[in-house]
Design a protein around this ligand. Structure first.
Ligand SMILES: Cc1cc2nc3c(=O)[nH]c(=O)nc-3n(C[C@H](O)[C@H](O)[C@H](O)COP(=O)(O)O)c2cc1C
Length: 202
């Protein structure tokens, strides 16, 4: 299968980036094609411009946005990996959603009813928090994440969200053994959803 991984973390040796490399590596090990779009290292510009909102803006989308949309078109699975910052996505990823998930590409609306245009594709969300998940659930914050991120963004755009994998209590000084368990968990997630790709014999 063809996979696109979009990741948002400024620090290359962060837990988030290590998790991303383990996920991508497991896909490749199983014979899948993957492309990782590293928003920070690519220098993605997250600011939606006035021109992009003009009535014919979609037809004149800047080259970086056209390429990003082509990558999504080509992918069968989109995996988005990010730390929860203020229970939301880092601004650079929010800007990616604002600009790449544009009207006419990710969704359309008629009479106020929105319908997604990316159906037929799967998605996986992988998030990381400092707080323990039970605390987030108890306070209602996890519900907010599921409603506003899982459903309002990804499901509403038509994706079949096959898993939202969350890693909680990730903070500086994370024990090496715990980190290794998390890497094993993200690899297991890949194996649980994606079979080894069959290779054509010459
Ligand atoms: C700006 C900022 C905001 C954060 N907001 C939250 C938050 O709302 N809830 C939470 O549980 N953790 C929050 N955290 C903690 C991060 O989610 C956590 O430390 C991080 O994901 C660990 O992964 P990393 O080592 O790859 O950065 C925040 C961290 C930063 C830098």
């Amino acid at each position: 299968m063809k996979h696109l991984i979009v990741v948002a973390h400024p620090v290359e040796d962060s837990f988030t980036m290590a998790l991303t490399r383990a996920y991508a590596d497991e896909l490749v090990r199983l014979g899948h094609e993957q492309k990782t779009y590293d928003l920070y290292r690519t220098g993605f510009d997250p600011v939606l411009t006035r021109d992009e909102l003009l009535p014919d803006g979609a037809a004149h989308a800047p080259a970086d946005i056209c390429h990003a949309q082509d990558d999504i078109r080509a992918a069968e699975v989109l995996t988005v990996i990010y730390p929860l910052w203020w229970m939301s996505m880092p601004a650079i990823l929010k800007g990616y959603i604002d600009r790449v998930f544009a009207r006419g590409f990710a969704y359309d609306s008629q009479d106020g009813v929105v319908h997604g245009l990316l159906s037929g594709k799967q998605s996986v969300m992988i998030t990381i928090s400092g707080a323990p998940l039970p605390l987030l659930v108890k306070s209602g914050k996890w519900d907010a994440v599921e409603v506003l991120q899982d459903t309002h963004i990804f499901r509403s755009s038509g994706f079949d969200l096959i898993e939202h994998l969350h890693f909680d209590e990730v903070a500086p000084g994370l024990a090496k053994t715990v980190g290794e368990q998390h890497m094993a968990r993200v690899r297991a997630c890949v194996r649980a959803h994606f079979l080894p790709a069959t290779r054509n014999c010459a």
